[in-house]
Design a protein around this ligand. Structure first.
Ligand code: NAD
Length: 300
């Protein structure tokens, strides 16, 4: 069997198109421009790349982008004061604090000081609780992107066996909650799980969010299962020349693709969906803040 490729790049472009159309309508009919504020503390090179990319894609869909770049030695009081100011600003509908923060800043305190209605990353404790109890919330972007692709591929996921490998707060746990919400039978596997291969072999849906290059081989995959590979790992690629590298997922792509029914590639799978879902969440937040109907198909 050769798996169907789930093309996250194309799917993300379609989501951005839907967001841009809805933003254009809001501007014309409501004189409302959704706005996303991104706060970056310090000069971590990877974070700088992410923040630049978020700002660019935000303006490309017609939203306002507010970037706040703060020095690495910014005090907690200064950061909290900026967040309070953004919480109170009606032009800002989404607030994202780029993680990780420098060590002297308390991440939980900072995230929980964001107005939950503007918490477009879905990391505020109120949103975590709302999602966990099946109530309307802001949903973390990466698992939301995974769910959108799964729903698009399968339609109903009801009754399917899903295994999520990884129990992080940003991917594994919210992914498990979302799959439960879809009436899947969900197993969450992690670093202490025994007989992981056996656990994965029972799954109709495998979501791998571990951060270990090509850890899941094809012979762990049930024939016809759907594989969503969240992992982004950079490995050496001597075949491309000395010192060269390439990106791989947590699943061994070629062997998994021989057995699976459908699979997301790395790169070009879950990755592009994450920022697309951030834009979708910002639009959803802007609609909710103004008592307007939410766009179809962009949230759960
Ligand atoms: P994390 O380090 O916070 O969590 C990793 C999880 O994997 C832990 O729960 C741990 O228990 C589990 N784990 C570790 N070793 C294991 C093993 N041998 N067997 C089973 N489970 C094991 O990571 P994270 O933040 O959830 O990210 C996971 C991966 O997803 C990383 O590669 C990260 O770069 C990627 N990621 C991608 C996106 C995206 O946009 N595509 C977004 C977030 C994270």
């Amino acid at each position: 069997m050769s798996a169907t490729l789930i093309d996250g790049k194309a799917f993300a472009a379609m989501i951005r198109g839907k967001v841009a159309d809805h933003v254009a309508r809001l501007k014309k009919e409501q004189e409302l421009t959704p706005g996303l504020a991104v706060i970056l503390v310090g000069e971590d090179p990877a974070s700088q790349v992410y923040v630049r990319s978020k700002g660019k894609q935000t303006t490309e869909v017609g939203m306002n982008s507010f970037e706040h770049k703060l020095a690495a030695n910014t005090s907690e009081a200064e950061l909290l004061a900026l967040i309070q100011q953004l919480n109170a600003n009606p032009e800002v509908h989404g607030i994202l604090v780029q993680l990780p923060l420098p060590d002297h800043l308390d991440e939980d305190l900072v995230i929980n000081s964001i107005d939950p209605a503007k918490d477009v990353d879905g990391f505020h404790i109120s949103n975590v609780g709302l999602l966990g109890t099946g109530q309307k919330s802001m949903v973390p972007c990466t698992p939301l992107g995974c769910l959108m692709m799964l729903r698009d591929h399968h339609g109903s996921l009801s009754g399917m066996n899903a295994v999520v490998i990884g129990r992080s707060n940003i991917v594994g746990k919210p992914m498990a909650q979302l799959l439960l919400g879809e009436s899947c039978t969900v197993t969450v596997a992690h670093s202490r799980t025994k007989d992981l291969a056996d656990v994965v072999r029972r799954a109709d849906i495998v979501v791998a969010a571990v951060g270990r290059p090509e850890m899941v081989p094809g012979d762990w995959i049930k024939p016809g299962a759907t594989v969503i590979d969240v992992g982004i790992n950079r490995i050496e690629a001597p075949e491309k020349g000395e010192g060269k590298t390439r990106l791989v997922g947590d699943c061994h792509y070629t062997s998994c693709a021989e057995v699976a029914g459908a699979i997301t590639p790395v790169p070009g799978g879950v990755g592009p969906m994450t920022i697309a879902c951030l834009l979708a969440n910002t639009l959803t937040a802007a609609c909710r803040a103004n008592g307007l109907p939410e766009p179809d198909g962009l949230t759960v």
